[in-house]
Design a protein around this ligand. Structure first.
Ligand SMILES: [Zn+2]
Length: 121
């Protein structure tokens, strides 16, 4: 399950970023997962729940992972119809053309995270 290493990558990257910003606790992380990305949302969540208590001093059992789904959309290059494809390679439901381009749905990225800054006083 490659979601385990993806979850670890997310935790590592955010921990590094938070340290530079003097953030000492991360309360939530927003991740965008496209319907046609190769990431399974449930598996990523499970991996995160497993890792969050032991992988970073800035993250604990209270840290939330918010998964934002991105719907897959294709556009027909012939008739410009936009539709929701079942697969990366899609046939236009209107004109039957096969040269459709995927315009969303492959995204996998951390959108943002929330945390608390270290109180200097
Ligand atoms: Zn078409």
């Amino acid at each position: 399950m490659h979601e385990m290493s993806l979850a670890m990558d997310i935790i590592t990257a955010i921990t590094e970023d938070a340290r530079m910003r003097k953030i000492n606790y991360i309360s939530s992380i927003d991740v965008i997962i496209g319907d046609l990305s190769n990431v399974l949302a449930d598996a990523l969540e499970l991996a995160f729940f497993y890792l969050r208590t032991q992988s970073s001093p800035l993250i604990n059992g209270q840290t939330n992972l918010n998964i934002i789904r991105e719907t897959a959309r294709s556009r027909c290059k012939k008739c410009t119809l936009e539709f929701i494809p079942d697969y990366r390679i899609a046939v236009c439901p209107s004109c039957g053309a096969r040269n459709c381009e995927l315009i969303s749905g492959e995204t996998f990225r951390v959108e943002s995270y929330e945390g608390c800054e270290i109180d200097e006083n």
